[in-house]
Design a binder for this molecule. Structure first.
Ligand SMILES: [Zn+2]
Length: 82
């Protein structure tokens, strides 16, 4: 059986980053292997709301398609994991 899992931004317009096509049994997760997507919508929203200098916002998914964490990277190099 084939299933499609959508990788989307968790907030706002829920931008679609990609789709996983899975066949057969649900795959298992190997520690540390994540898919990372830069999200322009979240970067724009954070920059506007907080007047902070956000360089990137990344959303990280596992290979089953579950959102694991979001990362804010500021222009000064600091990172915040949500
Ligand atoms: Zn986002």
């Amino acid at each position: 059986m084939t299933a499609h899992v959508e990788l989307r931004c968790p907030v706002g317009f829920r931008t679609l980053f990609g789709k996983l096509k899975q066949a057969g049994e649900k795959p298992s997760i190997v520690e540390g292997n994540l898919l990372e997507f830069a999200c322009h919508d979240c970067r724009r929203n954070l920059s506007r709301d907080d007047k902070v200098e956000v360089a990137y916002v990344f959303h990280r998914f596992d290979f089953v398609g579950d959102l694991i964490e979001s990362v804010i990277r500021y222009r000064d190099g600091k990172e915040e994991i949500l």
